[in-house]
Design a protein around this ligand. Sequence first.
Ligand code: MN
Length: 239
Amino acid sequence: MPTLSRRAFFTGAVALAASARMRMALAQSAPGPFTLPPLGYGFDANEPHIDAQTMMIHHDRHHAAYVANLNAAVKDHSQVAALPVEAILARLAEMPDAVRTALRNNGGGHANHTMFWQVMGGKGGAPEGDLAAAIARDFGGLEALQTQFNRAGVGQFGSGWVFVTVTADGKLALVARPNQDTPLMEGGRVLFGNDVWEHAYYLKYQNRRPDYLAAWWNVVDWPKVAGRYAAAKAGTLAI
Ligand code: MN
């Protein structure tokens, strides 16, 4: 009897271990069409303005969760799974009722954060060339843009984003959106944006959102934003 029990125990343990390995393998194989893009710089690249721990948790956990949940949402909808995320967001009204909210929240989260990592990791300062001229024309200059942008960020109740949108003819505008909503949902294009969810700043700034908004400009990569501006005018800016 003890032998049988021991055998049963070992059989069970082996099965458990196998099932744990299988779950791990499934998680690592990233089932689904959407993947977490790499940051493109170190977690500490935005220190001291945005701390490394915030960057690690924000990218590896928050953004990763949006990607995993987006993949889960499209799992049983192969036609949706075949679309790029910006097309899903532009066509939310056509999406299956059962997953529309999941696509909105997690597709929006994936697109917003993909854009966000691209425009950070820089040295701040000021834009040049075409982009500087467009900011002068549409906002009255960089300082005026920053003042309006920060005011919109402070004024966004709860969680959300502040964006500068760009049209195909290069016109800029300021918009704020709640949650993970994005101008992509209206077929628009985002030049750059800042995340005002508490997870973006709470470890370092706690409730001081205005300080976070002011500090964030020090890590903006203006050459990257200029590249996005050129892509928008060329019609090739996707997310
Ligand atoms: Mn975020």
